[in-house]
Write a protein that binds this ligand. Structure first.
Ligand SMILES: Cc1ncc(COP(=O)(O)O)c(C=O)c1O
Length: 376
């Protein structure tokens, strides 16, 4: 457990549920990915956690930003980011959002279909655009499915059309899926991008950029490969496929930068055997799927839990949130153990919750107040 967060909780006894994020740790993580991949420019994925103390710290460190909406763009601008340090990285954008971003000076936009490209040509004329390719998300614990990206063949046509529409076809992107445990996923994706890149360059386009997206994993309950392992694989693949003609490289880490810097402090609301001797006890917390733990869907992201007496005799539990919704179960199949004498009213901590928790939180489902947030 991060000592600064432990001290903050001990001294302030904050109301639960709440997220406590160590902003210095965010800085450490940002620096770590910069050290591992000095060839790449870091565009922090704002969606992972858009809190102002995080954005201002990252602006101060020279980060660029991957924004998913006009609202995220305006937060970045408010934090002091320059418009040319912002990429509008959502393939699905409202016209009004494109217009607002363009008026604010943003000139880098993603697309993955003709209809979106046409919107960009009309409302963000002359901008740098990059096309997102569909790549395999195998190996990712939180895959981004088939909702985004297009085929190499379609991307080729669209990039040529982008030039004809007066846009600047700047590069290609992909996302290997979040919490990606396999460096091979990046290697395979780079090979795919590189062949199209070469092909389009031969067709006369002045492509300059490859955006490797996010996906870099953090430790939850199990060790994951270090960032250097991913960086080595990426550099090796980029060298193999691009040789001396290396394009600009962008990465868009979200989880890696903020995930490990946060802890959710939560109260046990109820512990019940539910009348069974053979089954696990059910532990209901004051945070659940709707309070921000959306990534527990399918038990995909499995947070480590600290009770403060982790060596006490323990037994199996199922974990659930406090609402009246049947889907509000965190872990029923994954094996979790908590102290045998755990009682309602105790607080426990969920580790590695700095990313994709505060923003997934519903505002008032079942009347519960949204997650409190502390940036220290
Ligand atoms: C376009 C884009 N870039 C970057 C990210 C950040 O991914 P991660 O948090 O896995 O690093 C996401 C996550 O959904 C994304 O959609």
């Amino acid at each position: 457990m991060n000592p600064k967060i432990t001290r903050f909780i001990a001294e302030n006894n904050p109301a639960t549920p709440c997220l406590v994020v160590d902003v210095d740790e965010v800085e450490n993580r940002y620096r770590a990915i910069g050290r591992a991949l000095p060839q790449a420019r870091v565009y922090y994925a704002v969606k992972a956690n858009p809190a102002m103390p995080i954005l201002t710290r990252l602006v101060g460190l020279g980060s660029c930003f991957d924004a998913a909406s006009w609202e995220e763009i305006s937060l970045c601008l408010e934090a002091g980011a320059q418009p040319d340090a912002i990429s509008f990285g959502n393939t699905v954008k409202k016209v009004s959002a494109i217009q607002a971003a363009y008026a604010a000076g943003v000139r880098m936009f993603v697309f993955d279909c003709r209809e979106e490209l046409e919107k960009l040509a009309r409302h963000a004329p002359g901008s740098r655009v990059y096309c997102r390719l569909l790549v395999d998300n195998y190996g990712a614990e939180w895959p981004l499915s088939r909702k985004f990206g297009t085929t190499v063949e379609a991307a080729r046509d669209l990039m040529l059309e982008a030039r004809d529409m007066g846009l600047d076809p700047y590069g290609l992107s992909f996302h290997v899926g979040s919490q990606q445990l396999s460096a091979e996923a990046y290697e395979v994706a780079i090979a795919r991008v590189a062949s199209l890149f070469t092909d389009l360059s031969a067709a006369g386009l002045d492509l300059r950029m490859v955006n490797l997206g996010g996906g870099f994993p953090i430790r939850y309950r199990e060790d994951v490969p270090e960032i250097d392992h991913f960086a080595d694989a990426i550099v090796h693949a980029m060298t193999e496929h691009f040789g001396n003609a290396q394009p600009e490289m962008l990465v868009e880490p979200g989880r890696f930068v903020v995930g490990a810097a946060g802890v959710v402090h939560t109260e046990v609301v109820l512990v019940s055997a539910r009348g069974r001797q053979d089954g696990p006890r059910w532990v209901y917390l004051d945070i659940g799927r709707f309070g921000g733990l959306a990534e527990t869907e399918n038990e995909s992201i499995r947070y480590a839990i600290r009770t403060g007496r982790d060596h006490a005799p323990s037994g199996p539990v199922a974990l659930a949130g406090p609402t009246c919704d049947g889907a509000d179960i965190l872990y029923e199949k994954t094996h979790y153990e908590l102290p045998l004498d755990l009682e309602a009213g105790e607080t426990i901590d969920l580790m590695g919750t700095g990313a994709y928790v505060s923003t997934y939180c519903s505002t008032r489902f079942n009347g519960f107040a949204p997650l409190g947030e502390h940036y220290i």
